[in-house]
Design a protein around this ligand. Structure first.
Ligand code: PEP
Ligand code: MG
Length: 752
């Protein structure tokens, strides 16, 4: 390779991946990749070994190595095993001289005098090893090693998705590991979220390729009949000239390459809608690339045909909410708040989301509703109506569980229920520690549906009302009157109890489809929260008007500003608030200025708090975002979710700093992030002197019960010890030991 090596490596890589994608099955794709690598690197052998559950390495594809029988290298053996153990490349000549050499019997490997093995690493796990060998006694050039490593990264990702297809027999349980979104365990029937458009559908897999092919054959026949009928109708009413325009659809549908593409996608294991979508977008792109304007315009025909096929598929398959009263597990790629709202909540038992992380908003809502959720699973093979277990504690999903698994989960669910019933009995009692410290527990809310459950679980008010939620479940902006009604209804349910309304916090993972939000590279750092609102002030003005009218005469209603990071932002908001207050008084509406505070969630505001003493009535710490920004970890990303922990010492020390500052300033402080419902974190917050916590309502009974079993003095000692630790695991262990010593820790994972 020359000086443009990185560019040419990239081109080669793209070519290899693209040409492999044409193969019908994952086995063929992988074989294609190893062949292409050996040709590109001019080596005699390229082999791919995949890690098996017992850590042995199995040869799954090879160019150049003789395979008379299955090749499995026992764990920790040979150079291949060492590459896996060390998670590092081994690039040597004369491998047979190496002490770690392991001869694969009958492979005729002795003729090769070079060895370069690179690990396939995905999400910090080695899932295989890619090896090249050659007859020449030499080490592989460093540019080639770089290309090989890049290819290994791509392969690792591909394999992580398909390894089940490569090795797992259909009779084996379909167990998927994701991230816990909301704790708890649920059992129910899969209800796959519907998409209205072909290009929005999710990438779902199937275990039954033959059945999916049959579905395609039926769909094709049905579509052909329908197209013929439509043609006849147009001919009868508008004449042959216009009817012939419809011939294009029939011709495309009969086209063998269009059909082959669909069958190829199915053969790789995708369900029919995804296969249609892939074929349609492939041919549509091809037409779009054409120079001839007539042919270029044909992409519309192929897209129309795709829409028609999808329409018929929707009509003829079971995509409606399953009838009956069985619990449902909502399954989808990107589940939205409106998907949840559209399902009657008494049937919604669990959520399975292919994307997202533990603190994505859908997880936050699942927590608010007390519904177990698993996020960030990647591709999943699941059919509408299939039985599913959602284990929100382990972050696992099991499709079509076996009888013994089902029995075990049923037992867990019933034990959990009796525990919840026991806690529920005392849920209306206050949380007072053994040394008489009163902690106020409020609920986080946003959906109308969680207002009443909040009261049932013993919420002493609403500590965070996410006003963006009513906006998110509509298809257009709610009017001032609409908003006033929503806010008024909430206040009336929580009469004489504190309610904290947060102004709109949209952007990043809370988009509003009907508002212009710009696609950004770093949305969490971009145009969201107060930054968006200050650039779109009419939104804020309408909201403040609605809020002040609804709050008139209620002393306990507060207003909270999200994402405040500078004095200018705070001053601008306060000026708008004064202006709106003044405006309403002038209009003769008897409103009073509400208590105003900010969410402490952008780290830059912490140092500014002392400057804002006369501007703020309270602060509420949003630990979800505060942790995200302090740790530089995307709260939505399943890739980095394992690092995200609000017990990280950096977060604890900042919380300590904030609470000390607030005490000095005599500024009321509460915590309203998910941390407020993590038992260990609650102990530490109590130790810091924080006496108001707002959390998902379903967690309130447990946290009340825990608080009633400890003293603040003990919590202070625990905190002092925790602040001496340099890692979150040690802090959690300390906290769990403490809770266990008070018999406040369950082993059934109702706690983190
Ligand atoms: C937070 O960031 O901690 C918070 C409570 O707000 P949200 O989760 O809505 O961003
Ligand atoms: Mg936030």
């Amino acid at each position: 390779m020359n000086q443009n090596s990185s560019e040419s490596a990239f081109t080669k890589l793209t070519q290899i991946i693209q040409s492999a994608a044409k193969a019908n099955t994952i086995e063929a794709q992988v074989q294609h990749i190893v062949e292409a690598i050996s040709e590109t690197l001019l080596v005699d052998v390229c082999s791919l070994y995949l890690r098996q559950p017992d850590d042995s390495l199995r040869l799954v594809a090879s160019r150049g190595l003789i395979r008379k029988h299955p090749v499995v290298i026992p764990s920790e053996q040979g150079l291949v095993g060492q590459v896996m153990q060390l998670q590092n490349t081994i690039n040597i000549k004369d491998p047979d001289q190496h002490p770690g050499y392991y001869y694969v019997a009958n492979s005729e490997e002795e003729q090769f005098h070079s060895f370069c093995g690179v690990p396939l690493v995905y999400r910090a796990q080695v899932n295989g090893v890619l090896v090249v060998q050659s007859r020449r006694s030499e080490v592989l050039l460093s540019d080639y090693v770089a290309l090989l490593s890049t290819l290994a990264t791509h392969l690792a990702m591909l394999i992580s998705t398909y390894s089940k297809d490569l090795f797992v027999t259909p009779s084996q349980v379909k167990l998927y590991q994701g991230i816990s979104g909301a704790q708890g365990v649920a059992l129910g029937t899969a209800f796959i979220r519907k998409e209205s458009k072909l290009f929005d559908i999710q990438k779902l897999k199937t275990d039954d390729v033959a059945a999916e092919k049959k579905r395609w054959a039926n769909l094709k026949t049905e579509a052909m009949d329908e197209l013929r009928q439509e043609r006849d109708t147009v001919k009868d009413t508008l004449g042959e000239g216009l009817a012939s325009v419809l011939d294009a659809y029939q011709l495309l549908l009969k086209d063998a390459t269009f059909e082959q593409r669909i069958l190829d996608e199915i053969a790789v294991g995708f369900q029919l809608p995804w296969a249609i979508r892939q074929s349609v977008s492939f041919f549509s792109d091809k037409f779009k690339e054409m120079d001839d304007p007539y042919l270029r315009a044909r992409h519309e025909d192929i897209e129309q045909l795709g829409a028609k096929l999808y329409q018929i598929w929707q009509r003829t398959s079971e995509t409606e909410t399953p009838s009956g009263s069985d619990p449902l597990i909502l399954v989808g790629d990107q589940i939205s708040v409106s998907d949840i709202v559209n399902l009657t909540t008494d049937r919604l038992a669990g959520i399975v989301c292919f994307a997202g992380g533990s603190l994505s908003h859908i997880a936050v809502f699942a927590n608010a509703l007390g519904i177990p959720a698993v996020m960030g699973l990647g591709d999943v093979s699941v059919q509408n109506g299939e039985p599913i277990v959602v284990d929100g504690d382990a972050g696992q999903v099991i499709c079509s569980p076996g009888r013994s698994t089902l029995r075990e989960y049923k037992r867990i669910i019933s034990e959990r229920q009796s525990l919840a019933d026991r806690l529920q009995a005392d849920s209306q009692l206050p949380a007072v520690t053994t040394d008489n410290v009163r902690v106020t527990l409020l609920a986080n809310s946003g959906l109308q549906a969680d207002v009443l459950p909040g009261l049932k679980f013993g919420a002493e008010g609403i500590g965070l009302f996410r006003t963006e939620v009513p906006f998110m479940i509509r298809s257009s902006l709610p009017s001032e009157d609409d908003q006033e009604k929503i806010y008024r209804s909430l206040i009336s349910h929580y009469k004489d109890k504190p309610v904290y309304f947060r102004t709109l916090d949209i952007g990043a993972d809370k988009p509003l489809s009907y508002l212009p939000l710009v696609k950004e590279d770093n949305p969490a750092l971009g145009w969201r929260g107060i930054r968006y609102i200050l650039d779109n002030q009419p939104l804020l003005i309408t909201q403040l008007r609605a809020f002040m009218k609804a709050a008139a005469g209620s002393e306990h209603v507060h207003l909270m500003l999200p994402m405040i990071a500078s004095t200018e932002q705070l001053d601008q908001c306060l000026a708008i608030l004064s202006e709106v207050h003044h405006q309403l008084l002038e209009e003769g509406v008897p409103v009073c200025r509400p208590k105003v505070g900010i969410m402490v969630e952008v780290p830059s505001c912490i140092a500014l708090l002392p400057f804002w003493r006369d501007k703020l009535d309270f602060i509420s710490i949003g630990t979800n975002d505060l942790s995200q920004y302090l740790l530089a970890l995307d709260r939505n990303s399943p890739l980095v979710g394992k690092w995200y922990d609000s017990l990280h010492p950096a977060v604890l020390h900042e919380l300590m700093r904030i609470s000390t500052m607030a005490k000095k300033m005599n500024l009321p402080v509460s915590v309203c992030g998910e941390m407020a419902s993590d038992p260990v974190a609650v102990m530490l917050l109590l130790g810091m002197g924080i006496q108001q916590l707002s959390m998902s309502a379903a967690k309130i009974p447990l946290i009340k019960w825990i608080l009633r079993g400890v003293s603040r003095a003990q919590a202070e000692l625990l905190l002092a010890e925790a602040l001496e630790q340099d890692n979150a695991t040690a802090i959690r262990q300390l906290g769990q030991q403490f809770l266990a010593s008070k018999q406040l820790l369950f082993n059934d994972s109702t706690q983190k």
